[in-house]
Design a protein around this ligand. Sequence first.
Ligand code: NAI
Ligand code: MG
Length: 335
Amino acid sequence: KKHTVTLIPGDGIGPEVTDAVVRILEATKVGFEWERYAAGAEAFEKYKEYIPKDLYDSIERNKLALKGPVTTPIGGGFASINVTLRKKFELFANFRPIKNLPGLETRYPGVDLVIVRENTEGEYVGIEHEVVPGVVESIKIITEKGSTRIAKFAFEYARKHHRKKIHAIHKANIMKMSDGLFLKCAREVSKGYPEITYGEHIIDNTCMQLVMNPYQYDTLLLENLYGDIVSDLCAAFVGGLGLVPGANLGADAAIFEAVHGSAPDIAGKNIANPTALLQSAVLMLHHIDEHAAAEQVQRAIEKVYSEKKTLTRDVGGKSGTREFADAIIQAIEEG
Ligand code: NAI
Ligand code: MG
């Protein structure tokens, strides 16, 4: 059986890491058909559209995409392609497992956290305007529907995977109504899951608590902005942004992408770490029920990291993106 996947290489380090991951996926026995599309500034140059209609249609058909990072201009320019796609396909859950790789020494050993980030609401609805010169209003949207469905997602995930605790992270002391509603919904949903301990922590304290002792948490449930920020913080526990995968999940479609961005500081130099996107691809393989291939790739990753011979610079190695991918492919071929 062939799987048709929409492939968005993105820009910056996107093309390098997607190329590595596609080569690795081709080395598994799973059959893939890739529908490749540009997005963002690159697409605009070619088609005068930031997200070409063909790209939308492709995701609509396939319900499945693998995506590299896309640069979003600061200040003016265009709206984030990432945020736009998540909203368009109602990919309301951003799932980000933060887990140490065996063999890789990091700031904290044995971290095993799950971040569940609401992916369509909050400040990221992007409704902003200038009220009068010098005064800007930015609107944060929190809905009962959105908060309840992300809380349900987190609790369902925790139940299915035997996780013990969920903390809803908030600033309801200041954002009394919006974060208050988010918390109220989470609390309500938690009642249906008596086997899972439910707690609530304020976001700033949470950042300190995480760095002091990440082991006190299990699954974190966060609004969009808080989840964005806390994801990068937690990435540092397990070796940085080069490692941490993500899945944007909705009722209908799914887009798999790393937590990191387009990393312009290292783009085009064959030094980016493709592990984050590769582990996103492992999540994708599980999603399409190719569990054997998912485990095969994960084993290859763990082997290459344990051997420490062919690692990228961000994790203390000397190898390039391509050489790392070659080592993974070799590990796959050797079983
Ligand atoms: P970034 O995540 O691109 O990079 C932050 C730091 O981590 C940089 O020092 C970078 O070199 C390093 N890094 C990131 N990924 C790495 C990898 N795979 N291997 C080794 N090192 C890696 O964040 P930054 O620089 O703030 O954002 C750059 C652009 O990416 C911005 O335009 C931003 O809007 C966009 N972005 C896009 C995302 C997406 O497409 N989903 C997500 C986050 C940011
Ligand atoms: Mg981010």
